[in-house]
Design a protein around this ligand. Structure first.
Ligand code: AMP
Length: 288
């Protein structure tokens, strides 16, 4: 017998079975929250499950390592896949349904459709990872079709991804309410990521430079600095002093966009991507 507090988790692999399960709940006037993930779950993902549970009657999480959002030289094959542990974490967290589709059903032989959301997907992550956002937008749209939920939950950790998803939902009139939740960090400030398991202890220590540089930017800007170039230089100097961190980009953009600011005169987001050893990490902060 499960403990009184434990909820049962139904695991569904078929697209049609998943869609009918959600429709059935909705016919019974239950609202459904959806958390799409690639698994290797951590507190960042689980915070999205919590947010969904707080706002919806039922929660569905998907676990699917989507091949089309990985570049040819990226970590698709070695991406961690601890499925049993993930399901246990979802169960403990009160998630009701887990959608774990097969790649063969998600990408039928001969598939050729892809979603291009336009300019918001072009710079920064889009430039560093060609094809990445087409892969993301396409799989998210497909997942929304499989899990026709009322609300879908995404983490602000993937800042540009949230803009891509919101753009697609608006442009295609998708009937889902997109919610964006805060970044969850380890006690030392490192943003939680499924890729943090690749970091050696030394790399992990160096990786703190990302968050430290974002905190430094907040301090400099609250001290009155308005020139993004000055902020950028100070951040890069900090990261260089730590060493071993290869910055791919550092974007200082108007919050809610991917457009660089010439002057800091309103809310901004600073987003960084960097390599630490062989691991690629991203982080960001909203300021103002
Ligand atoms: P992933 O499994 O990496 O595709 O991430 C699934 C979802 O979890 C995405 O919406 C991510 O933005 C979100 N997520 C990943 N890491 C974090 C984090 N540290 N804090 C909050 N959300 C996160």
């Amino acid at each position: 017998m499960p403990a009184a507090s434990a909820r049962s988790l139904q695991v569904i692999t078929g697209v049609e079975a998943m869609r009918s399960a959600v429709r059935e709940l909705q016919r019974g006037r239950q609202t459904v929250g959806f958390v799409p993930t690639m698994g290797a779950l951590h507190e960042g993902h689980l915070s999205l499950v919590d947010a969904a549970a707080a706002e919806c009657h039922r929660v569905v999480a998907s676990i699917f390592v989507n091949p089309t959002q990985f570049g040819p030289n990226e970590d698709f094959t070695k991406y961690p896949r601890p499925l049993e542990r993930d399901l246990e974490l979802l169960r403990e967290r009160g998630c009701d349904l887990a959608f774990v589709p097969e790649a063969a059903e998600m990408y039928p032989t001969g598939y050729g459709t892809s979603v291009d959301v336009g300019p918001v997907a072009v710079p920064w992550e889009g430039a560093a990872r060609p094809g990445h956002f087409a892969g993301v937008a396409t799989v998210v749209l497909k997942l929304f079709e499989c899990v026709p939920a009322d609300r879908a939950y995404f983490g602000r950790k993937d800042y540009q991804q949230t803009l891509v998803v919101r753009r697609m939902v608006a442009d295609l009139n998708l009937p889902v309410d997109v919610r964006v939740c805060p970044i969850v960090r380890d006690a030392d400030g490192l943003a939680l990521s499924s890729r943090n398991v690749y970091l050696s202890p030394d790399d992990r220590h160096r990786a703190l430079a990302l968050r430290q540089s974002l905190v430094l930017a907040e301090k400099i800007i609250s001290g009155g600095e308005r020139n993004p170039l000055v902020v950028r230089e100070r951040m890069l100097a900090h990261i260089a002093a730590v060493g071993g961190v290869g910055v791919e980009y550092m974007a200082i953009v108007r919050d809610g966009t991917v457009e660089e600011v010439a002057e800091i005169d309103g809310p901004i987001t600073i987003a960084i991507a960097a390599r630490v050893g062989t691991t690629r990490l991203i982080d960001n902060v909203r300021i103002g």
